[in-house]
Ligand binder design. Structure first.
Ligand code: PLP
Length: 423
Protein backbone atom coordinates (compact mmCIF):
# COMPACT_ATOMS: atom_id res chain seq x y z
CA UNK A 1 0.00 0.00 0.00
CA UNK A 2 1.39 3.43 -0.96
CA UNK A 3 0.83 5.69 1.98
CA UNK A 4 0.98 9.44 2.26
CA UNK A 5 3.09 11.07 4.97
CA UNK A 6 -0.11 11.31 6.99
CA UNK A 7 -0.79 7.63 6.36
CA UNK A 8 2.70 6.66 7.40
CA UNK A 9 2.68 8.77 10.51
CA UNK A 10 -0.66 7.60 11.81
CA UNK A 11 -0.26 3.91 11.00
CA UNK A 12 3.28 3.64 12.28
CA UNK A 13 2.98 1.62 15.45
CA UNK A 14 3.78 4.28 17.98
CA UNK A 15 5.14 3.09 21.30
CA UNK A 16 1.90 3.93 22.98
CA UNK A 17 -0.20 2.06 20.42
CA UNK A 18 1.95 -1.00 20.97
CA UNK A 19 1.63 -0.67 24.70
CA UNK A 20 -2.15 -0.25 24.49
CA UNK A 21 -2.39 -3.35 22.26
CA UNK A 22 -0.25 -5.19 24.75
CA UNK A 23 -2.48 -4.11 27.64
CA UNK A 24 -5.57 -5.10 25.64
CA UNK A 25 -4.15 -8.52 24.73
CA UNK A 26 -3.06 -9.15 28.30
CA UNK A 27 -6.52 -8.24 29.57
CA UNK A 28 -8.19 -10.54 27.06
CA UNK A 29 -6.05 -13.34 28.46
CA UNK A 30 -8.08 -13.43 31.67
CA UNK A 31 -7.01 -12.85 35.26
CA UNK A 32 -4.98 -9.69 34.89
CA UNK A 33 -4.92 -7.10 37.66
CA UNK A 34 -5.56 -3.95 35.65
CA UNK A 35 -3.67 -1.15 37.33
CA UNK A 36 -2.58 0.17 33.96
CA UNK A 37 -5.53 1.65 32.08
CA UNK A 38 -7.22 5.01 32.23
CA UNK A 39 -10.79 3.78 32.38
CA UNK A 40 -12.77 5.56 35.06
CA UNK A 41 -14.49 3.48 37.73
CA UNK A 42 -18.11 2.35 37.46
CA UNK A 43 -19.47 4.23 40.47
CA UNK A 44 -22.85 2.64 41.24
CA UNK A 45 -24.57 5.83 42.52
CA UNK A 46 -23.50 7.75 39.43
CA UNK A 47 -24.49 4.96 37.08
CA UNK A 48 -27.93 4.81 38.74
CA UNK A 49 -28.34 8.52 38.00
CA UNK A 50 -27.42 7.98 34.34
CA UNK A 51 -29.89 5.10 34.14
CA UNK A 52 -32.61 7.40 35.50
CA UNK A 53 -31.67 10.09 32.99
CA UNK A 54 -31.86 7.62 30.11
CA UNK A 55 -35.25 6.38 31.29
CA UNK A 56 -36.52 9.94 31.54
CA UNK A 57 -35.36 10.69 27.98
CA UNK A 58 -37.03 7.51 26.73
CA UNK A 59 -40.26 8.57 28.45
CA UNK A 60 -40.29 12.04 26.85
CA UNK A 61 -42.48 12.34 23.77
CA UNK A 62 -40.09 11.80 20.84
CA UNK A 63 -37.15 11.95 23.28
CA UNK A 64 -35.58 8.75 21.97
CA UNK A 65 -36.26 9.58 18.32
CA UNK A 66 -34.68 13.02 18.48
CA UNK A 67 -31.70 11.77 20.49
CA UNK A 68 -30.76 9.16 17.89
CA UNK A 69 -32.31 10.65 14.78
CA UNK A 70 -31.04 14.25 14.48
CA UNK A 71 -27.60 15.69 13.80
CA UNK A 72 -26.55 18.46 16.17
CA UNK A 73 -24.85 21.58 14.75
CA UNK A 74 -21.08 21.54 14.22
CA UNK A 75 -20.62 23.19 17.63
CA UNK A 76 -22.61 20.44 19.36
CA UNK A 77 -26.02 20.37 21.02
CA UNK A 78 -27.11 24.02 21.22
CA UNK A 79 -29.20 23.66 24.40
CA UNK A 80 -26.34 21.90 26.19
CA UNK A 81 -23.84 24.54 25.11
CA UNK A 82 -26.15 27.31 26.36
CA UNK A 83 -26.77 25.55 29.68
CA UNK A 84 -23.04 24.99 30.18
CA UNK A 85 -22.16 28.61 29.41
CA UNK A 86 -24.75 29.72 31.98
CA UNK A 87 -23.45 27.26 34.59
CA UNK A 88 -19.84 28.43 34.15
CA UNK A 89 -20.89 32.08 34.21
CA UNK A 90 -22.89 31.66 37.39
CA UNK A 91 -20.41 29.36 39.16
CA UNK A 92 -17.13 31.09 38.35
CA UNK A 93 -18.19 34.51 37.07
CA UNK A 94 -16.46 33.86 33.74
CA UNK A 95 -17.64 36.07 30.92
CA UNK A 96 -18.58 33.38 28.48
CA UNK A 97 -21.54 32.57 26.31
CA UNK A 98 -22.40 29.79 23.87
CA UNK A 99 -20.07 31.41 21.34
CA UNK A 100 -17.14 30.43 23.57
CA UNK A 101 -17.94 26.71 23.62
CA UNK A 102 -17.61 23.88 21.11
CA UNK A 103 -18.13 20.17 21.77
CA UNK A 104 -15.90 17.45 20.29
CA UNK A 105 -15.94 13.68 20.09
CA UNK A 106 -14.00 13.28 23.33
CA UNK A 107 -11.45 15.74 24.67
CA UNK A 108 -8.82 13.71 22.83
CA UNK A 109 -10.00 14.91 19.42
CA UNK A 110 -10.48 18.46 20.75
CA UNK A 111 -6.82 18.49 21.83
CA UNK A 112 -5.75 17.10 18.46
CA UNK A 113 -7.56 19.96 16.72
CA UNK A 114 -6.12 22.57 19.08
CA UNK A 115 -2.54 21.34 18.75
CA UNK A 116 -2.77 21.34 14.97
CA UNK A 117 -4.47 24.75 14.87
CA UNK A 118 -1.51 26.36 16.58
CA UNK A 119 1.51 24.26 15.60
CA UNK A 120 2.94 22.60 12.51
CA UNK A 121 3.70 24.38 9.27
CA UNK A 122 2.57 28.02 9.32
CA UNK A 123 1.35 29.94 6.27
CA UNK A 124 4.71 31.75 5.98
CA UNK A 125 6.54 28.42 5.81
CA UNK A 126 7.90 28.63 9.37
CA UNK A 127 7.30 25.80 11.86
CA UNK A 128 5.78 26.02 15.28
CA UNK A 129 5.58 23.54 18.12
CA UNK A 130 3.45 22.85 21.18
CA UNK A 131 5.32 23.28 24.45
CA UNK A 132 4.70 21.22 27.59
CA UNK A 133 6.24 23.40 30.29
CA UNK A 134 6.32 20.46 32.67
CA UNK A 135 6.72 16.77 31.98
CA UNK A 136 5.71 14.01 32.89
CA UNK A 137 2.58 14.69 30.83
CA UNK A 138 -0.33 12.77 29.33
CA UNK A 139 0.72 9.93 27.03
CA UNK A 140 -2.16 10.73 24.65
CA UNK A 141 -0.48 13.97 23.52
CA UNK A 142 2.58 12.18 22.18
CA UNK A 143 1.31 11.36 18.67
CA UNK A 144 -1.28 14.09 18.28
CA UNK A 145 0.69 16.25 15.85
CA UNK A 146 0.12 16.08 12.09
CA UNK A 147 3.86 16.28 11.48
CA UNK A 148 6.93 14.91 13.24
CA UNK A 149 8.99 16.89 15.70
CA UNK A 150 5.86 18.64 16.89
CA UNK A 151 6.42 19.01 20.64
CA UNK A 152 8.90 20.55 23.00
CA UNK A 153 8.97 19.88 26.71
CA UNK A 154 10.81 20.81 29.87
CA UNK A 155 11.89 18.84 32.88
CA UNK A 156 10.25 19.81 36.16
CA UNK A 157 11.88 20.86 39.36
CA UNK A 158 11.30 18.30 42.09
CA UNK A 159 10.25 19.25 45.60
CA UNK A 160 10.91 16.50 48.15
CA UNK A 161 8.15 16.39 50.74
CA UNK A 162 7.76 14.73 54.10
CA UNK A 163 6.29 11.27 54.36
CA UNK A 164 8.19 9.99 51.34
CA UNK A 165 6.21 12.14 48.92
CA UNK A 166 7.38 14.58 46.28
CA UNK A 167 5.85 17.15 43.95
CA UNK A 168 6.78 18.39 40.51
CA UNK A 169 6.82 22.09 39.77
CA UNK A 170 7.31 24.11 36.63
CA UNK A 171 10.97 25.09 36.51
CA UNK A 172 10.44 28.69 35.50
CA UNK A 173 14.17 29.40 35.44
CA UNK A 174 14.60 26.88 32.64
CA UNK A 175 11.40 27.87 30.86
CA UNK A 176 12.47 29.83 27.85
CA UNK A 177 9.66 30.10 25.36
CA UNK A 178 11.09 30.60 21.90
CA UNK A 179 9.38 32.15 18.90
CA UNK A 180 8.95 28.64 17.53
CA UNK A 181 6.26 27.85 20.13
CA UNK A 182 2.65 28.09 18.92
CA UNK A 183 0.88 27.23 22.19
CA UNK A 184 1.58 25.82 25.66
CA UNK A 185 -0.35 22.96 27.23
CA UNK A 186 -0.69 21.39 30.69
CA UNK A 187 -3.10 18.85 32.11
CA UNK A 188 -4.47 19.88 35.52
CA UNK A 189 -4.82 17.54 37.42
CA UNK A 190 -2.00 15.86 35.53
CA UNK A 191 -2.22 12.42 34.06
CA UNK A 192 0.01 10.46 35.01
CA UNK A 193 1.20 12.05 38.26
CA UNK A 194 -1.92 13.32 40.01
CA UNK A 195 -0.15 16.69 40.27
CA UNK A 196 -2.27 19.82 40.42
CA UNK A 197 -0.30 22.83 39.24
CA UNK A 198 -0.64 25.61 41.80
CA UNK A 199 -2.68 28.73 41.10
CA UNK A 200 0.58 30.72 41.02
CA UNK A 201 2.08 28.39 38.44
CA UNK A 202 -0.99 28.67 36.24
CA UNK A 203 -1.08 32.47 36.50
CA UNK A 204 2.63 32.65 35.74
CA UNK A 205 2.27 30.39 32.68
CA UNK A 206 -0.70 32.42 31.51
CA UNK A 207 1.33 35.61 31.84
CA UNK A 208 4.16 34.08 29.77
CA UNK A 209 1.69 32.92 27.12
CA UNK A 210 0.14 36.39 26.93
CA UNK A 211 3.49 38.01 26.60
CA UNK A 212 4.32 35.64 23.75
CA UNK A 213 0.86 36.07 22.27
CA UNK A 214 0.20 32.35 22.20
CA UNK A 215 -2.75 30.42 23.68
CA UNK A 216 -2.38 28.52 26.94
CA UNK A 217 -4.27 25.20 26.82
CA UNK A 218 -5.37 23.76 30.17
CA UNK A 219 -6.62 20.19 29.88
CA UNK A 220 -9.17 19.76 32.66
CA UNK A 221 -10.23 16.17 31.90
CA UNK A 222 -10.16 15.52 35.69
CA UNK A 223 -10.70 19.08 36.82
CA UNK A 224 -13.37 21.45 38.08
CA UNK A 225 -16.29 21.92 37.94
CA UNK A 226 -16.73 18.32 36.76
CA UNK A 227 -15.64 15.58 37.36
CA UNK A 228 -13.77 17.51 40.09
CA UNK A 229 -11.30 14.73 40.92
CA UNK A 230 -9.10 17.16 42.84
CA UNK A 231 -8.06 16.69 46.46
CA UNK A 232 -6.50 20.09 47.06
CA UNK A 233 -7.78 23.64 46.69
CA UNK A 234 -7.50 24.56 43.05
CA UNK A 235 -9.03 27.65 41.57
CA UNK A 236 -10.17 27.08 38.00
CA UNK A 237 -8.88 29.76 35.71
CA UNK A 238 -10.15 30.91 32.36
CA UNK A 239 -9.28 34.00 30.40
CA UNK A 240 -9.54 35.07 26.79
CA UNK A 241 -6.04 33.68 26.29
CA UNK A 242 -6.63 30.31 27.94
CA UNK A 243 -8.28 27.38 26.26
CA UNK A 244 -9.88 25.04 28.75
CA UNK A 245 -10.74 21.53 27.62
CA UNK A 246 -13.12 19.40 29.62
CA UNK A 247 -14.71 16.00 29.20
CA UNK A 248 -17.66 13.90 30.31
CA UNK A 249 -15.46 10.77 30.31
CA UNK A 250 -14.22 10.83 33.89
CA UNK A 251 -17.68 11.96 34.99
CA UNK A 252 -18.64 8.42 34.00
CA UNK A 253 -19.48 8.57 30.30
CA UNK A 254 -16.24 7.64 28.48
CA UNK A 255 -18.02 5.68 25.80
CA UNK A 256 -20.25 8.61 24.82
CA UNK A 257 -17.15 10.53 23.62
CA UNK A 258 -18.02 14.04 24.72
CA UNK A 259 -15.30 16.64 24.99
CA UNK A 260 -15.73 20.37 25.56
CA UNK A 261 -13.52 23.26 24.41
CA UNK A 262 -13.97 26.62 26.15
CA UNK A 263 -12.08 29.41 24.48
CA UNK A 264 -12.34 32.87 23.05
CA UNK A 265 -14.85 33.12 20.26
CA UNK A 266 -12.53 32.75 17.26
CA UNK A 267 -10.95 29.59 18.70
CA UNK A 268 -14.30 27.99 19.63
CA UNK A 269 -15.54 28.76 16.09
CA UNK A 270 -12.41 27.21 14.60
CA UNK A 271 -13.10 24.00 16.54
CA UNK A 272 -16.68 23.98 15.22
CA UNK A 273 -15.33 24.47 11.67
CA UNK A 274 -12.97 21.50 12.03
CA UNK A 275 -15.83 19.44 13.48
CA UNK A 276 -17.82 20.23 10.37
CA UNK A 277 -15.09 18.90 8.10
CA UNK A 278 -14.08 15.90 10.20
CA UNK A 279 -17.40 14.77 11.70
CA UNK A 280 -20.19 17.03 10.38
CA UNK A 281 -21.19 17.29 14.03
CA UNK A 282 -20.04 15.78 17.30
CA UNK A 283 -22.08 12.86 18.63
CA UNK A 284 -24.92 14.12 20.80
CA UNK A 285 -25.83 11.36 23.23
CA UNK A 286 -23.38 12.48 25.93
CA UNK A 287 -24.62 16.05 25.93
CA UNK A 288 -28.22 14.82 25.91
CA UNK A 289 -27.56 12.56 28.90
CA UNK A 290 -25.84 15.31 30.90
CA UNK A 291 -28.05 18.22 29.81
CA UNK A 292 -30.46 18.24 32.74
CA UNK A 293 -27.61 17.83 35.22
CA UNK A 294 -25.89 20.87 33.70
CA UNK A 295 -29.10 22.91 33.61
CA UNK A 296 -29.80 22.28 37.29
CA UNK A 297 -26.18 22.40 38.42
CA UNK A 298 -26.53 18.81 39.69
CA UNK A 299 -23.40 17.93 37.71
CA UNK A 300 -21.36 19.95 40.20
CA UNK A 301 -23.04 18.38 43.23
CA UNK A 302 -22.59 14.84 41.88
CA UNK A 303 -18.93 15.53 41.14
CA UNK A 304 -18.28 17.12 44.49
CA UNK A 305 -20.29 14.77 46.69
CA UNK A 306 -19.90 11.42 44.95
CA UNK A 307 -17.09 11.32 42.39
CA UNK A 308 -14.40 13.28 44.24
CA UNK A 309 -14.77 11.41 47.57
CA UNK A 310 -14.91 8.07 45.75
CA UNK A 311 -11.47 8.57 44.14
CA UNK A 312 -10.00 10.41 47.12
CA UNK A 313 -10.65 7.47 49.41
CA UNK A 314 -9.07 5.10 46.89
CA UNK A 315 -6.05 7.34 46.37
CA UNK A 316 -5.12 7.54 50.03
CA UNK A 317 -5.98 3.92 50.69
CA UNK A 318 -3.64 2.86 47.88
CA UNK A 319 -0.92 5.17 49.19
CA UNK A 320 -1.27 3.55 52.61
CA UNK A 321 -1.08 0.08 51.06
CA UNK A 322 2.21 0.93 49.37
CA UNK A 323 3.56 2.19 52.66
CA UNK A 324 2.50 -0.99 54.44
CA UNK A 325 4.04 -3.17 51.76
CA UNK A 326 7.24 -1.23 51.17
CA UNK A 327 7.82 0.24 54.61
CA UNK A 328 8.49 3.90 55.29
CA UNK A 329 10.29 5.37 52.31
CA UNK A 330 12.51 7.69 54.29
CA UNK A 331 14.51 7.21 57.44
CA UNK A 332 17.36 4.85 58.09
CA UNK A 333 17.96 2.46 55.27
CA UNK A 334 14.53 1.83 53.78
CA UNK A 335 14.50 -1.50 51.99
CA UNK A 336 13.25 0.12 48.81
CA UNK A 337 14.08 3.74 48.02
CA UNK A 338 10.76 5.02 46.71
CA UNK A 339 8.74 8.19 46.74
CA UNK A 340 5.15 8.75 45.72
CA UNK A 341 3.99 11.92 44.00
CA UNK A 342 1.64 13.83 46.31
CA UNK A 343 -1.80 12.60 45.25
CA UNK A 344 -3.72 15.76 44.40
CA UNK A 345 -6.18 14.41 41.83
CA UNK A 346 -6.93 12.21 38.78
CA UNK A 347 -6.97 8.39 39.02
CA UNK A 348 -3.30 7.54 39.43
CA UNK A 349 -0.41 7.19 41.82
CA UNK A 350 2.99 7.98 40.32
CA UNK A 351 5.73 6.05 42.05
CA UNK A 352 9.39 6.87 41.77
CA UNK A 353 11.86 4.10 42.60
CA UNK A 354 15.13 5.98 42.95
CA UNK A 355 18.06 4.09 41.39
CA UNK A 356 15.81 1.33 40.15
CA UNK A 357 18.27 -1.37 38.98
CA UNK A 358 16.26 -2.02 35.77
CA UNK A 359 14.18 0.30 33.58
CA UNK A 360 10.51 0.88 34.31
CA UNK A 361 9.78 -0.84 30.96
CA UNK A 362 11.54 -3.97 32.22
CA UNK A 363 9.70 -3.70 35.51
CA UNK A 364 6.44 -3.53 33.53
CA UNK A 365 7.39 -6.79 31.74
CA UNK A 366 8.16 -8.53 35.02
CA UNK A 367 4.90 -7.39 36.56
CA UNK A 368 2.96 -8.49 33.50
CA UNK A 369 4.40 -12.00 33.90
CA UNK A 370 2.90 -11.92 37.38
CA UNK A 371 -0.50 -10.81 36.02
CA UNK A 372 -0.24 -7.23 37.18
CA UNK A 373 -0.42 -4.40 34.66
CA UNK A 374 0.93 -0.89 35.24
CA UNK A 375 2.23 1.69 32.75
CA UNK A 376 5.99 2.31 32.59
CA UNK A 377 6.77 5.94 33.33
CA UNK A 378 9.02 6.47 30.31
CA UNK A 379 5.97 6.86 28.05
CA UNK A 380 4.92 10.05 29.80
CA UNK A 381 7.58 12.40 28.51
CA UNK A 382 6.22 13.65 25.18
CA UNK A 383 8.66 16.17 23.70
CA UNK A 384 11.48 14.85 25.86
CA UNK A 385 11.96 11.57 23.99
CA UNK A 386 15.56 12.26 23.03
CA UNK A 387 16.63 13.50 26.41
CA UNK A 388 18.78 11.20 28.43
CA UNK A 389 17.41 11.46 31.95
CA UNK A 390 17.51 8.55 34.36
CA UNK A 391 14.35 9.72 36.16
CA UNK A 392 12.27 8.87 33.06
CA UNK A 393 13.04 5.18 33.64
CA UNK A 394 12.50 5.10 37.39
CA UNK A 395 8.76 5.73 37.64
CA UNK A 396 5.53 3.80 37.08
CA UNK A 397 1.89 4.87 36.89
CA UNK A 398 -0.57 2.87 38.96
CA UNK A 399 -4.30 3.37 38.40
CA UNK A 400 -6.45 3.02 41.52
CA UNK A 401 -9.85 3.16 39.82
CA UNK A 402 -10.43 -0.61 39.91
CA UNK A 403 -12.07 -2.54 42.75
CA UNK A 404 -10.27 -2.27 46.08
CA UNK A 405 -9.38 -5.98 46.13
CA UNK A 406 -7.78 -5.80 42.68
CA UNK A 407 -5.76 -2.71 43.61
CA UNK A 408 -4.63 -4.29 46.90
CA UNK A 409 -3.45 -7.46 45.21
CA UNK A 410 -1.67 -5.47 42.52
CA UNK A 411 0.12 -3.32 45.09
CA UNK A 412 1.34 -6.49 46.87
CA UNK A 413 2.81 -7.86 43.63
CA UNK A 414 4.48 -4.54 42.70
CA UNK A 415 5.97 -4.24 46.20
CA UNK A 416 7.19 -7.83 46.17
CA UNK A 417 8.81 -7.44 42.76
CA UNK A 418 10.66 -4.22 43.61
CA UNK A 419 11.74 -5.58 47.00
CA UNK A 420 13.38 -8.48 45.18
CA UNK A 421 15.03 -6.07 42.75
CA UNK A 422 16.55 -4.01 45.52
CA UNK A 423 17.44 -6.99 47.75
C1 PLP B 1 -5.28 14.25 30.67
C2 PLP B 1 -6.27 13.69 29.70
N1 PLP B 1 -6.72 14.48 28.72
C3 PLP B 1 -7.61 14.05 27.82
C4 PLP B 1 -8.08 12.75 27.85
C5 PLP B 1 -9.04 12.32 26.80
O1 PLP B 1 -10.32 12.14 27.30
P1 PLP B 1 -11.59 11.83 26.41
O2 PLP B 1 -12.11 10.52 26.86
O3 PLP B 1 -12.56 12.95 26.70
O4 PLP B 1 -11.19 11.84 24.97
C6 PLP B 1 -7.64 11.88 28.86
C7 PLP B 1 -8.13 10.49 28.91
O5 PLP B 1 -7.71 9.67 29.67
C8 PLP B 1 -6.71 12.37 29.80
O6 PLP B 1 -6.25 11.59 30.78
Amino acid sequence: MNLSKFGEKFTRKAGITQLMDDLGAAMAGGDMLMLGGGNPAHIPEVQDLFRERMEAILAEPRGFETMIGNYDGSRGNQAFVEALAKLLRETFGWEIGPQNIALTNGAQSGLFYLFNLFAGEMPDGSKKKILFPLTPEYIGYADAGLSDDFFEARRPSIELLEDGQFKYHVDFQALEVGDNIGAMCVSRPTNPTGNVLTGDEIMHLDAIAREKDIPFIIDGAYGTPFPDIIYTDATPIWSSNTVLTMSLSKFGLPNLRTGIVIAREEIASAIADINGVMNLAPGGIGSRMAMEMVRTGEIIRISHEIIKPFYKRKAFQTLELFRQELGPSTGSGPAVPYRIHKPEGALFLWIWFQDLPITSAELYERLKKRSCLVVPGSYFFPGLENEDWQHKHECIRVTYAQDDAVVAEGVKIIADEVRRLFA
